[in-house]
Design a binder for this molecule. Structure first.
Ligand SMILES: [Cu+2]
Length: 437
């Protein structure tokens, strides 16, 4: 009786603290009931209606930046645009409506897709009367629309983006992700048994950058962007899934980021493919789909474990005879325009346990350690301990957090505010069942 009452009060205390003081960062439930708090949010095809339009996003230095991006037609402005998910072999139809400001034309290109049609005819480059290339694909006049269609011929992670005035329109935000799922099933990256992953552990790192002077020029100069010289382009913000740190840790559809719906926290369970391990562990790894739509290399750097690189640019890594050429690597060094597909897992390799297998180093005195905001108070997965007076923690159930970030450290920046760029975390929950919300 006393125990259960105590538990209830304790839980209530955690809940109130969580909601009031610590709520925004706690990765619990998504603001949108039908969408999981973490992981890729697919808009499923094969038919889509997108609108190119202007809007604003919030940076982690609290600056607001004017953007162009895609939203679902009739829906909200969002950056990045919807993640489009289709199946291999689908005939994909995407109607683009052009609501960009200033009468600008725009178009869509689909790098990696072949024989793309625009309103039923092969989508071709456009030239002005002087013969200068104006668009890589058939464009939609302002206020008009074009329907692009293609057969999704092979699985992988792809970019879709503007093919018109690309030096301006892509960095202004007109780029997002197309995922083609293989015929083997939605829990495979490619048509290989070794590419199977845990479906609820599918993540995206959509990496991009913003030069605020370019964006302000378009916002303020009545459509000419004329105060901006492209030769002076220099990114000052770097984002992951359209957010900077710590906003990127927040749930998908976090209420205070109405135009930046995609979080970047990777939340997984320990991996163990031994059949005897049972339901406490996941028998397949997680997958992260990395995408670079910026102008610079992004050497992304997940701590804690190597990844298994299974594909790049929408191709499985395979030799001429189809041999599996997937390789294990620490760094994921994305060039501009690249996509990488990387499987990863967290192994409970040493099986540390406070009673049966304690960590065999002396834990320093509390006075001599710095306690991070996600620490549980215990070095053991699944355990929480009382923290020193005055210390609060965002830890929910004894889970681990491992940093995962861009390793070009100058890019960890929001217009001069350091440690505010593409940094996120890997969260490892204790084996199931656990007390995690
Ligand atoms: Cu690092």
């Amino acid at each position: 009786m006393h125990t259960s009452k105590f538990k209830w009060v304790w839980l209530l205390g955690v809940f109130v603290l969580g909601s009031l003081a610590l709520g925004p960062l706690a990765p619990t439930q998504s603001a949108k009931a039908d969408v999981p708090a973490t992981g890729i949010v697919c808009t499923n095809g094969p038919n889509f209606s997108l609108t190119a339009q202007m809007g604003y996003i919030q940076m982690s230095d609290m600056n607001t930046v004017y953007m162009w991006s895609y939203g679902l037609t009739g829906g909200n402005f969002q950056y990045p645009g919807p993640v489009l998910c289709v199946n291999e072999g689908d005939t994909v139809n995407i109607t683009l409506t052009n609501n960009l400001p200033y009468g600008l034309p725009t178009s869509l290109i689909f790098p990696g897709q072949e024989n793309v049609l625009a309103d039923g005819a092969l989508s071709q480059p456009e030239f002005d009367t002087g013969g200068t290339l104006t668009s890589l694909a058939k464009s939609a006049a302002n206020g008009g629309s074009v329907t692009y269609s293609f057969v999704a011929g092979r699985p992988g992670t792809f970019i879709y983006e503007s093919g018109t005035d690309t030096k301006t329109q892509v960095p202004m935000g007109l780029a997002s992700v197309l995922i083609v799922r293989p015929s083997m099933g939605a829990s495979f990256v490619y048509n290989r048994a070794s590419d199977q992953f845990t479906p609820e552990e599918e993540f995206m790192a959509f990496l991009s950058e913003v030069d605020p002077y370019q964006h302000t020029a378009w916002e303020k100069s009545f459509g000419q962007g004329k105060n901006y010289n492209l030769n002076n382009y220099r990114a000052r913000y770097w984002l992951i899934n359209g957010r900077g740190f710590p906003d990127d840790m927040a749930d998908n559809y976090a209420s205070w980021l109405p135009n930046q719906p995609y979080g970047a926290l990777a939340r997984i369970h320990p991996f163990n493919d031994d059949p005897g391990a049972g339901a406490a562990y996941h028998p397949y790894p997680a997958v992260e789909r990395f995408v670079n739509v910026g102008t610079e290399e992004y050497p992304f750097h997940p701590h804690g474990q190597n990844g298994q690189v299974v594909g790049r640019d929408g191709y499985p890594l395979a030799g001429p005879g189809g041999e599996d050429m997937a390789f294990e690597n620490f760094l994921v060094n994305l060039g501009p325009g690249q996509t990488w597909d990387v499987l990863f897992a967290w192994h409970d390799a040493e099986a540390y346990d406070p009673i049966t297998n304690p960590v065999n180093v002396t834990v320093p005195d509390l006075a001599n350690v710095t306690i991070g905001m996600f620490y549980s108070g215990s070095p053991y997965l699944g355990y929480q301990q009382t923290m020193p007076p005055g210390t609060t923690t965002l830890n929910q159930c004894g889970e681990y957090y491992i940093i995962s970030h861009n390793h070009a450290l100058f890019q960890l920046d929001a217009f001069g505010q350091t440690l505010a760029g593409p940094i996120t975390y890997l969260r490892i929950d204790p084996p199931l069942p656990n007390n995690c919300p």
